[in-house]
Design a protein around this ligand. Structure first.
Ligand SMILES: [Fe+2]
Length: 250
């Protein structure tokens, strides 16, 4: 069982595949990566796309039907990549989708160019309700990029962090690659996922990323990432490795 928890595989909903044919090609690419379970996470509330839970669920059903017709051995589950906004907490019970609809993990994207002052407070409220926020690709937020200690603070206060396979593999430059490696070294990365959008331009790359982790770190580290992703699909809790601060005295 290999799970990808962040990708844009559903056709026509966002900047992912434009057609069902493109979605099938992307699913085939996932299978080539050994992936068996895909949590589809279309953009939601990011200023460009709104994908309510009913829209996502219908698209997931349609794609699963097409995949089983074509005997492509991968199953799609519903989710959203929720762009951060202050009233996330109020929408948790009705409008927002947890990953794999398990009622536990919520995928959250922070703005690119700033770190909202309400971030910690909002995440705290989400945690109080019994949900676990997963912050996606911190390396794309300019504030977190400059200040890794802020990532430590987020994790220390109960959020989890997902890094992107292509970034770890160096596709977005050496600096960002090093950034994601540093997060792994400080136990501040809990998941690697594809953020796949297109079978050629932004494919899954999960297999390559796991192989890289095995070479650069250990087999145990690969197991940690893949087991954590399994917990997300099951909606079960796990014990994250203790985060290591970037400040020497803490
Ligand atoms: Fe994404």
């Amino acid at each position: 069982m290999l799970v990808d928890i962040h990708n844009h595989i559903l056709p026509g909903l966002d900047d992912g595949p434009k057609s069902i044919e493109e979605a099938i090609l992307l699913a085939t690419n996932a299978v080539d990566n050994g992936i068996t379970h895909i949590i589809a996470t279309p953009h939601h509330n990011n200023g460009k796309y709104i994908n309510s839970s009913s829209i996502v669920k219908e698209a997931v059903n349609n794609l699963n039907k097409e995949l089983s017709k074509k005997d492509i051995p991968v199953e799609i589950f519903s989710g959203q990549e929720v762009y951060f906004y202050n009233s996330i907490v109020e929408d948790l019970e009705n409008d927002l989708l947890t990953l794999a609809n398990s009622g536990k993990y919520l995928l959250i994207e922070l703005p690119r160019n700033h770190f909202p002052v309400s971030t910690f407070e909002t995440l705290y409220k989400i945690l109080l309700r019994g949900y676990t926020p997963i912050i996606v690709h911190p390396e794309r937020n300019t504030v977190l990029r400059k200040d890794k200690q802020k990532v430590y603070d987020l994790v220390n206060k109960g959020s989890l962090v997902q890094i992107t396979a292509s970034t770890l593999l160096g596709e977005h430059g050496r600096n960002l690659k090093k950034y994601t490696i540093d997060l792994i070294k400080h136990n501040l990365a809990h998941f690697i996922s594809s953020d796949a959008h297109h079978h050629v331009k932004r494919p899954f790359l999960l297999n390559d990323a796991y192989q890289y982790v095995q070479k650069k770190f250990t087999e145990n580290q690969v197991t940690y990432f893949s087991e954590n992703a399994k917990h997300v699909i099951l909606g079960t809790e796990f014990q994250p490795m203790l985060p290591i601060s970037f400040q020497k005295n803490t």
